[in-house]
Design a protein around this ligand. Structure first.
Ligand code: GLU
Length: 290
């Protein structure tokens, strides 16, 4: 999807790096865990609240959104959104079962019931909506490019990729979107996680890595002085929370939780203690209750 100038400007502003080092303070007070509401019997909310635990799929290697700490617990904005939803169900953060989801296994993990939710830089789109449903969006990213520091190959935008090799991840929108910009499908090197694209970029096996600007900004921040984000986003990537296709009640509950967090300033707080250490604080997008 090509974008309007307005979107591109907004997305570019969103990845303006603040010049701070990302470090998530996991000891900072989380959202208060609530006494759960009286959920309708048989609803997913009642089941999860009664069980006192929830299983959430997220990324484990994406700084700012989902990066496993030394104890194996993911930290970042996606992890905070997960803790927020758990808290509304009366579930403590340490009763969340975090499961690593990579881009390609998010739909199957939801469909098989291996996870209750996926919160994993997960773009809402029509193809995915055929098999899972989405609450949100709770953030809007844009696809961009990561190159070596100093941009030795002179890649100023996605239109400069002809004849270049680019690394991305299988099963992502990034992989699908980049196809129209490379000279040949064999110029796309697809792996399982974006962190696995960094070594090919270092060695010159590829000249760029492509995915959402905020993922790339996190990787650049994590590897200071090695990489830079080109800063010309060329798609819209609204991040949703994936859940079972037919569970409308649960989707509406998650949407209500997100809406309340946007209205009462919690969304800003969660952003600022995670991705906001590196990125400017954007306006949260309007929730789409389709
Ligand atoms: N947001 C895009 C997607 O959901 C790219 C990032 C990712 O793979 O997590 O496919």
């Amino acid at each position: 999807m090509r974008l309007s100038k307005g979107f591109v400007a907004a997305a570019a502003a969103a990845v303006t790096v603040l010049g701070l080092t990302a470090c998530t303070d996991s000891s900072a007070p989380a959202v208060d865990v609530e006494t759960p509401a009286d959920f309708a019997a048989g609803s997913t909310m009642a089941e999860l609240a009664d069980a006192g635990e929830i299983t959430i799929g997220t990324k484990f290697d994406q700084p700012l959104f989902g990066l496993a700490n030394p104890d194996g617990v993911p930290e970042g904005f996606d992890a905070e959104i997960g803790k927020l939803i758990a808290a509304k169900l009366g579930i403590q953060p340490d009763s969340i079962n975090w499961v690593e989801t990579v881009s390609a296994n998010r739909e199957p993990f939801i469909q098989n019931g291996q996870v209750d939710l996926v919160i994993a830089t997960y773009t809402i789109n029509d193809a995915r909506k055929e098999v899972v449903s989405f609450a949100g969006p709770y953030y809007e990213a844009g696809q961009d490019l990561l190159v070596l520091e100093g941009n030795p190959d002179g890649i100023e935008s996605v239109d400069d990729l002809a004849g270049k090799k680019v690394c991305t991840v299988s099963g992502s929108t990034s992989e699908a979107n980049i196809a129209e910009y490379v000279s040949s499908p064999s110029d796309i090197i697809a792996t399982d996680t974006y962190s696995n694209c960094l070594e090919p970029l270092r060695t010159g096996a590829v000249q760029a890595v492509t995915t959402d600007n905020v993922i790339l900004a996190g990787l650049a921040d994590q590897n200071e002085g090695e990489f830079e984000v080109v800063g010309e986003p060329f798609t819209a990537e609204p991040y949703g929370i994936g859940l079972a296709l037919d569970d409308t009640e649960f989707r509406e509950f998650v949407n209500d939780t997100l809406q309340d967090a946007e209205d009462d300033g919690t969304w800003d707080e969660l952003w600022e203690k995670t991705a906001g250490k590196v990125l400017e604080t954007p306006e949260p997008p309007a929730i789409d209750r389709y």
